[in-house]
Design a protein around this ligand. Sequence first.
Ligand code: MIC
Ligand code: SF4
Length: 645
Amino acid sequence: MGYTIAEKLISSHLVEGKMIKGEEIGLKIDQTLTQDATGTMAYLQLEAMNIDRVKTELSVAYIDHNTLQNGFMNADDHKFIQTVAKKRGLRFSRPGNGICHQVHLERFGIPGKTLLGSDSHTPTGGGIGMLAMGAGGMDVAVAMGGGAYYITMPKIVNVKLSGRLHSWVSAKDVILKVLEIMSVKGGVGKIIEYSGEGVKSLSVPERATITNMGAELGATTSIFPSDEITRQFLKSQGREHDWTEIKADSDAIYDETIEIDLSSLKPLAAAPHMPDKVKEVKDYGKISIDQVCIGSCTNSSLYDMMKVAYILKGKKVAPNVSLTISPGSKQVLSMLSENGALFDMIDAGARILECACGPCIGMGQSPKSKGISLRTFNRNFEGRSGTADAGIYLVSPETAAVSAIAGVLTDPTEVLGNQPEFKLPEKFLINDNMIELPATAEDAKNIEIYYGPNIKPAPIGKKLENNIRKKVMLKTGDNITTDHIMPAGAKVLPFRSNVPKISTFCFTGVDPDFPENCKKYGGGFIVGGSNYGQGSSREHAALAPLYLGIRAVITKSFARMHKANLINSGILPLNFKDESDYDKIDKFDELELTGIRDAVENDGKIILKNITKGEEYELIGNFSERDRKILLDGGKLNFISEAKK
Ligand code: MIC
Ligand code: SF4
């Protein structure tokens, strides 16, 4: 029986377990990346593990999220990361050099390698045939120290592409279509593997848009073959030597197959507030818009920017619209300025932002009250833009650009003629002068790590007790995102290295009294619906609840990365055996888990007593052997130090 691409990469990196679907496997990690919003914690954890030099083939620390320096906090944190990188053997991508995923694809990604990043959009690397996964900072720290990364052996979904995209229909429309078909929870426990004749018509930046936004499916990762197009891309980045061919065997067996004819696709848009609320652009009608934002790790390549510049050339941004453009990297911005496309953007009235995440993470550019904003980003969760009542539509760069001119949501195929061919350059402009190399092991001894006053130690979980009797601090619905749990944005993000402070913002968009209640009652339980914790990899969505005394989160189901982050923090993620029990629990009910330590240790029956209602419900753990040990020790840091004893 032949292998899929994913199976090939898994088998060549397998250090523990067997490739049996649903079983835990340990993978060797070749490369890691961090960004600054999750990086401070990851490096604090690395320091806590006493790792002298990173053991990966390549590790890069990027600065791209917290670039608004409103106060000393972000600048201090950047200095911390910079000194850790220099001392511990990592490359450091300075602020201004670009968004981690875009830069990594351009300068570092290698087909066939594994990449673990402390950011959920790390699967962007799947665009060049990497097995690239997002994880919490703690898991990335362990990988930097040479430890394996553990996942459940996923199912493999084959998305078979045929045909060719029509003029002004783009890669964004492909992934929106996949989201429409599979939904934001359809990818949980799966790797999405692209195949078919249609793949050949997609350039690397287009493939990367698709794998990037596969994160919104809840998938473990997404991957394309590494073929002649990949080779050409790497060649034009001066890295042809990094290329190897990677393709699925012709008799590979997939768990599921989805067929998409690229020529049948139309421009699509995801309506507020979920990336899978997808319809054709024309079916929304001419919605009046207030803002258009082009950029983010999904759509900020040179390829995307050239199409945008072409559409804007000689035009003017509508008076009711504010158009922002954030090129994905210094390479992209330099090339746009060199070839004149930047002029076309500025001349049309675009507001050029720095090469960073920017509005995608609420770092400025919040829309007006009840504002409608079209964004080429990957997430349109409620409140993420920084304006609670704004409505965000996710669209392609083509739809964004034509709409910015028209002032209303517009289908680009209705107003533009035939699309000219946008070719990738034979040679990208290569200048890595904003990537700092690490010090030699010898020089590193003299480097002192800089700790600013904003940096507070990461909270550490406690050994699992046998009885937990506490109140329900919060009951949520389905599809709760980590943006609900731990909001981002310019006000909150600077406290990513200060958990005591950031926890005062925990869940406040859902229940403003949540932090106060936790303080009053000494923490307790959270009860949630299905796909709890979807979205980002941010472990602060576990660390803040830990700090607030949350001992267990009981839901219908969890998203992969958040569940791992809860376990790593020593918070019990439990599921209802019978989902209808969810309806029987109310906020502030008093719940009791008796004998829970024994149950976790021996994979025993878990019974939850509702003292308030006088009822009992059965819960399930779904833990691997390692998960159990980590939970018993009270989180991964404790688990690692126990193991060293
Ligand atoms: C995001 O897009 O939500 C982020 C910010 O990049 C996060 C990481 C974070 O919260 O720092 C992600 O996607 O993992
Ligand atoms: Fe940055 Fe947005 Fe990409 Fe997250 S999704 S890495 S915030 S650009």
